[in-house]
Design a protein around this ligand. Structure first.
Ligand SMILES: Cc1ncc(C[n+]2csc(CCOP(=O)(O)OP(=O)(O)O)c2C)c(N)n1
Ligand SMILES: [Mg+2]
Length: 589
């Protein structure tokens, strides 16, 4: 028997799982926990962020870039509640994060100690956090700790990944218990993959083989499962056009001949055309979110039925949720596609896809779409258009560079018009659409992939939500590049107000003084005051040299890139928000 404190048991278990980083903000509610890092400097590194939301996004970015979880830790109370938005972001996007926070001591439950919420329940904190995580635990009995940490890690990484949270009463954190030996992770959770029902897979192969216009939709599950090669192989056997969702971007190289584009409101024209006209659609690890389905309006993006849907997902919840399925298969994408490939090879062999009319038609559509983007991409306007900025960025970055997006027009432009070629190279707060994600997540991504270029592309509004994390990047010299796509306001929302209400009814969305003049922040000066590399782009010809210098600098860089305020990305699908009834009445009059 060896004596370990609760905190040691937790951290040592996570070290045994290969966890290398812990992002957080300490406080009086976790001193016994953070003390553990003092003796384990060679195994796990605590990274001080400047706000707990940044801690979750950093751990989330680390997981998205590597497939390995990291810790985020906080004190009790406001530090812990600051996790909510970050955890919700990770939950909706199925990203594994291990969150650990302090909470009120067991000896003083319900006494209203400093930073406790206690009036309507013994631990209201747990209730706050319950729905933003796969599971939440509070350690009430020290002896349960080895069991809880093993369960928590298993929950985070097994099946559909997601965040988990363990609240550690701060008197319990310091308690020691006798444990026979620290548990071996491999004895506490399943390894390997779950394969979909072979009979259903065979049926799916037959249906796909019979399709005249087969299409595949790659969701984030393909990337989580590491199933890119299998997905491309299925497409090549069949001559199927491949679409992706925002979370699935990178699942197939965008220069693959069978890649069609993206469906939905902010997708691409060829993506929507393929979605609408395919006779059999094979969705893999995708959840049919409203934006990617044009608000489910039939025939705008999808047309199910008559399109027959085969849906493969690791989570049965997603199957049949938004569209009826012809065949629904629960299973891991990589393992199940492996089985499907064998069946397809037996039935179809290998088609010469370049001769198929369906594929040729898709190539034509893509050509037209690319041509339609060219004007904005080659525009010499000052300040530059976002497509021009992204075109230059793409030509400068390596093929395996990681880019990060978050809510706003910049995210849409990045999704729609910035090609990526590898899984885990486009990280975006896709499902929860959280502003403030990109900068802290880029810190995690760079730690996960130190040899790669990592570029965050927040809007100016999003940047202002977590800009303090530039301090974290500078303090640890984590050389990310942040390009602020600066249009002096929350322009995506301004434009939605104009589209959904009326042209003259945008309100509280531009950063203007009371007299209407723009409130223009000098982000270059901000960056320099934070001791980062700072620069400004105002003209197209400044883009390439500035980006190259920033990447070469070898230190965290922040570029204030002014962009055309009026340019809206093309929207080939639909997303209608409800118009106020008094405006509808006015229009009728
Ligand atoms: C945390 C959070 N608050 C509010 C929103 C709603 N929202 C979506 S996009 C947006 C504006 C984004 O502004 P900016 O980052 O400057 O990007 P832009 O659209 O101007 O390119 C807002 C307020 C959100 N998605 N996330
Ligand atoms: Mg903006």
């Amino acid at each position: 028997m060896v004596e370990y404190t609760i905190s040691e048991i937790i951290v040592d278990y996570l070290i045994a799982e290969g966890v290398e980083y812990a992002f957080g903000v300490p406080g009086h509610g976790c001193t016994a926990f953070t003390d553990v890092f003092c003796d384990r400097a060679d195994k796990i590194k605590p990274i001080m962020v400047r706000h707990e939301q940044g801690a979750v996004h950093a751990a989330d970015g680390y997981y998205r870039a590597s497939g390995k979880p990291a810790i985020c830790f906080t004190s009790i109370g406001p530090g812990a509640t600051n996790l909510v938005t970050g955890l919700a972001t990770a939950y909706v996007d199925s990203s594994a994060v291990i969150a650990l926070c302090g909470c009120e001591p067991q000896r003083d439950v319900e006494s209203g100690v400093l930073q406790a919420i206690y009036r309507s329940h013994e631990s209201d904190f747990e209730n706050i956090m319950r729905f933003t995580n796969k599971r939440v635990w509070t350690i009430h009995k020290p002896e349960r700790t080895p069991d809880i940490i093993a369960r928590a890690y298993k929950e985070a990484v097994t099946g559909r990944p997601g965040p988990v949270l363990i609240a550690m009463p701060f008197d319990i954190q310091s308690k020691a218990i006798d444990v026979p030996e620290l548990l071996k992770p491999s004895k506490r959770r399943p390894l390997g993959r779950s394969v979909g029902d072979p009979e259903l897979v065979k049926e799916a192969a037959k249906l796909l083989a019979s399709a005249e216009r087969p299409a595949i939709l790659a969701g984030g599950g393909v990337i989580l499962s590491g199933a890119s090669e299998e997905l491309a192989r299925v497409a090549e056997i069949l001559g199927a056009s491949v679409m992706a969702t925002m979370m699935g971007k990178g699942a197939i190289p965008e220069d693959h001949p069978l890649f069609a584009g993206y469906g939905g409101w902010s997708g691409t024209m060829p993506g929507n055309e393929v979605a609408k006209n395919c006779d059999v659609l094979f969705a893999v690890g995708a959840r049919f979110a409203d934006l990617s389905c044009s608000g489910y309006e039939k025939g705008v993006t999808y047309n199910i039925p008559p399109t027959k849907l085969i849906h493969l997902d690791i989570d049965q919840l997603e199957i049949g949720k938004n569209y009826p399925v012809e065949i629904g298969i629960v299973g891991d994408a990589k393992a199940t596609l492996g089985l499907l490939i064998k069946d397809l090879e037996a039935i179809v062999g290998m088609r010469k896809y370049e001769d198929l009319p369906w594929v040729k038609r898709m190539w034509q559509l893509k050509k037209g779409w690319e041509e339609s983007l060219e004007k904005a991409r080659s525009s010499s306007k000052s300040p530059p258009t976002v497509p021009r900025l992204l075109k230059e960025l793409r030509s400068i970055l390596d093929r395996d560079a990681i880019v990060l997006g978050e809510a706003g027009w910049a995210q849409i432009f990045l999704f729609q018009q910035f090609p990526v070629y590898l899984p885990r190279t486009h990280l975006s707060s896709g499902g929860f659409s959280t502003m403030g994600f990109a900068v802290p997540a880029s810190i995690g991504a760079k730690l996960a992939q130190p040899e790669r270029q990592v570029v965050a592309c927040p809007g100016d509004g999003g940047f202002l939500m977590t800009l303090h994390e530039v301090a974290t990047a500078v303090q640890y010299n984590i050389a990310t590049v942040t390009i602020i796509i600066n249009n002096l306001g929350w322009v995506a929302i301004r434009d939605l107000q104009r589209i959904q209400c009326a042209k003259d009814r945008d309100i509280a969305t531009m950063f203007n003084y009371e007299d209407g003049k723009p409130y223009d922040i000098d982000f270059e000066a901000f960056a320099k005051s934070f001791k980062a590399y700072g620069a400004t782009i105002r003209k197209p010809e400044e883009i390439a040299p500035t980006l190259k210098d920033a990447l070469k600098s070898g230190v965290p860089a922040v570029i204030n890139a002014y962009v055309d305020t009026e340019a809206v990305p093309p929207m080939p699908g639909k997303w209608e928000l409800p118009k106020p009834e008094y405006l509808i009445r006015k229009l009728k009059r």
